[in-house]
Design a protein around this ligand. Structure first.
Ligand SMILES: Nc1ncnc2c1ncn2[C@@H]1O[C@H](COP(=O)(O)OP(=O)(O)O)[C@@H](O)[C@H]1O
Ligand SMILES: [Mg+2]
Length: 324
């Protein structure tokens, strides 16, 4: 087409009067402009179709990796932007899918955990109703068992309420300075009977009575109660010690036991929801498997970390730091 324009240009210049020559010259220029615009338009359309196809493919989840997204080399910056968008969308989708899977798994766990005590209570009550209530040899035993399971159920519900508050971001923290010595002393006194019943010595190492630590006092109490109850639950003998180690700007609260200990390979897993090293044992002592997950969340909300050291058959030590 350009060639035709050029051929037309020759007679225009040599054969025709100047004014006609000018008209032809303008007409040729216009024609070639329109033609170039047409060509450019066609190319743009092709590129737009390509981009449209890529967007459709992303929408239909056809790409596995960003390497599969390719545009014309002169659209490199656009290609980069589309790849970035693809990676972000893919990560968001992966995250949502993982979350969804975790939710379903959590719900399945919750249903399972609820079923056990409810079925047990139902069984004991039915047995009592069908005559065992008059049998003095077993009636108290069945009632005690049913009671044990209602306690488990109530522990589970309390922990579930905490977990759901954590999940929905409703667990409000109430930070301030508190008297750590008084707090620990109070908790140790509250738990002393349970420890004594098992023949375990509960020791509180008093220290700087004046020390103030920064945190949410009630939540920190919940953490220490959880750690202390675990220490007592998972010990058969010996002692449980609560202590505070002071550093320049922080203090470390420690709960140490001489109990059954935890194998190294389980040390990370015990902080997962519903994870128990020995499920039967945890259940028999009223465990929910949620305690350490709640502990971890609260300690991390304080900008700290829960640490654990343990040796099987020797004992465990859980600790975390708070700011002074
Ligand atoms: N002091 C400890 N000594 C030995 N094992 C422990 C101790 N604390 C926790 N564990 C293990 O970690 C698991 C998870 O703890 P936790 O979340 O508090 O749940 P649970 O309700 O079972 O106590 C327990 O089931 C137990 O196997
Ligand atoms: Mg526990």
């Amino acid at each position: 087409m350009l060639l035709i324009n050029a051929l037309l240009l020759v007679p225009a210049i040599f054969l025709i009067e100047p004014i006609e020559r000018l008209f032809i010259f303008i007409a040729i220029l216009l024609a070639s402009d329109i033609f170039i615009m047409y060509l450019l338009g066609r190319k743009r359309n092709k590129e737009l179709d390509e981009i449209k196809a890529i967007i459709n493919n992303i929408r239909k989840n056809k790409y596995q990796t960003e390497e599969e997204i390719n545009l014309d080399p002169h659209l490199l910056s656009l290609q980069k932007a589309i790849k970035k968008m693809f990676i972000k969308t893919k990560n968001d989708i992966d995250y949502l899918q993982r979350l969804q899977k975790m939710r379903s798994q959590f719900l399945a766990n919750v249903s399972h955990e609820l079923r056990t005590p409810i079925f047990a209570i139902q069984g004991f009550i039915e047995t009592l109703l069908s005559g065992a209530i008059n049998d003095k040899k077993v009636n108290m035993h069945f009632l005690k068992k049913a009671n044990h399971h209602t306690i488990n159920l109530s522990n589970l519900l309390n922990d579930l309420i905490d977990i759901s508050m954590i999940e929905s971001g409703e667990m409000r923290m109430n930070y301030g300075y508190f008297d750590v010595s008084a707090l620990l002393e109070g908790i140790v006194n509250e738990q002393k009977n349970i420890a004594n019943e098992k023949g375990i010595k509960l020791i509180f190492h008093s220290f700087n009575d004046e020390m103030q630590l920064f945190g949410d006092k009630d939540k920190i109490k919940q953490v220490i109660v959880n750690l202390l109850q675990n220490a007592i639950k998972y010990s058969e003998k010996g002692s449980v010690e609560v202590s505070v180690e002071e550093a320049e700007r922080t203090a470390s609260i420690k709960v140490k036991d001489t109990g059954i200990g935890i194998q190294e390979k389980y040390l990370d897993r015990i902080f997962e929801r519903f994870y128990r090293v020995d499920k039967a044992r945890s259940k028999s002592v009223g465990g929910t498997g949620l305690g350490l997950a709640i502990v971890k969340h609260i300690v991390e909300a304080h900008g700290s970390k829960i640490l654990v050291k343990s040796t099987v058959d020797k004992g465990s030590e859980f600790s975390f730091q708070l700011k002074k």
